[in-house]
Ligand binder design. Structure first.
Ligand SMILES: Cc1cc2nc3c(=O)[nH]c(=O)nc-3n(C[C@H](O)[C@H](O)[C@H](O)COP(=O)(O)OP(=O)(O)OC[C@H]3O[C@@H](n4cnc5c(N)ncnc54)[C@H](O)[C@@H]3O)c2cc1C
Length: 284
């Protein structure tokens, strides 16, 4: 069994600020972590390795500092870590990011079969949830988004049964392998890293792949040059004023409902209507 997990190093906060002049995230001074959904994706891969044998490869595209995130993944149980790092990759939007990750995965698949590709459902900084679907499309493999459980996994028959969350409930899907899953945190609870992993990670150095080798990427599809996305405007939303709190104990429930309805009508949320005979709740 060979699982490849794509991880992204992100600022350790969901409250990133945006530089109003450049429209980019202000990352300076914010500690970096592995994107939380990706940690759960990796945990799922490690569990499958424990059950079926094989290996787990993690890869990320990012600056040299992203090697720290990969080493954390080795602590968690990854066997091999690949850092895609080159100035030419800088400024990539999701189209250019998925181009590089798909190219790297193709190179890994050229070395030997890959059964499963695991991505987080979204990154907590970029938040687009586009990279996993973009990579699946480029590779032509089945895609299951918002995966919450792998009910069955058979690397020999090359099939899996996966549960995915939808707005209406849970879908249970059978897929051929290799497939790409973008995962929710429920996919696997995080276990404490065992000591041998920590020892191995302390000495581990990720492989670094650049824009020229081992994959000769098309320079026109990389970084800013290969990114058609234009950020029209980016801003930090103003903090909302606190809402009004009406104490039921002080006024009594009917008066509180009356006041709440008046406020909603004044705000234009409810159309003003004739007062009911017995006050709120006292109609026919
Ligand atoms: C014009 C432009 C310029 C930008 N420049 C930069 C920049 O210089 N630096 C920068 O960090 N961002 C930059 N971004 C943001 C960049 O597009 C996204 O961060 C990136 O493409 C991933 O998108 P996302 O964060 O929304 O990931 P999502 O699609 O929300 O992530 C889903 C999953 O995909 C995987 N994934 C996402 N990104 C990576 C990655 N890099 N490596 C491995 N796996 C990954 C993870 O498993 C993640 O959980 C730029 C965006 C635009 C539009």
């Amino acid at each position: 069994m060979h699982a490849v997990v794509a991880i992204k190093q992100v600022p350790d906060t969901t409250n990133v600020r945006i530089d109003p002049d450049t429209g980019t995230l202000i990352r300076e001074g914010v500690p970096a972590i592995v994107n939380p959904y990706d940690v759960h994706a990796l945990e799922m891969a490690v569990r499958l390795k424990e059950r079926f044998g094989g290996q787990v490869t993690v890869l990320t595209m990012g600056p040299p500092k992203a090697a720290e995130a990969l080493i954390e993944c080795v602590e968690q149980g990854a066997d091999r870590a690949i850092l895609l790092s080159d100035r030419k990759f800088g400024g990539a939007d999701t189209l250019a990011t998925s181009y590089v990750l798909a190219g790297a995965i193709e190179a890994i698949r050229a070395e030997g079969p890959v059964d499963l590709l695991l991505f987080g459902k979204q990154a907590i900084d970029g938040d687009t949830a586009q990279v996993g679907p973009g990579v699946a499309t480029r590779l032509g493999v089945p895609l299951i988004t918002y995966a919450i459980e792998i009910e069955a996994f058979d690397p020999l028959a090359r099939t899996a049964i996966v549960h995915r969350r939808t707005e209406l409930g849970v879908e249970v899907l059978e897929t051929a392998l290799p497939a790409l899953l973008t995962v929710e945190k429920e996919i696997a609870a995080i276990a404490r890293a065992p000591l041998p992993n920590l020892v191995r990670a302390a000495r581990y150095r990720p492989e670094v792949w650049d824009a020229a080798q081992p994959v000769a990427f098309d320079a026109a599809k990389l970084g800013i040059k290969g990114s058609p996305t234009v950020v029209g405007r980016a801003f930090t939303p103003a903090a909302k004023a606190p809402g009004e709190q009406i104490e039921v104990a002080a006024l009594g429930l009917p008066a509180v409902i009356e006041r709440a309805l008046t406020r909603l009508e004044a705000a234009g949320v409810l159309a003003a209507g004739p007062p009911s005979a017995g006050g709120p709740g006292g109609g026919p």
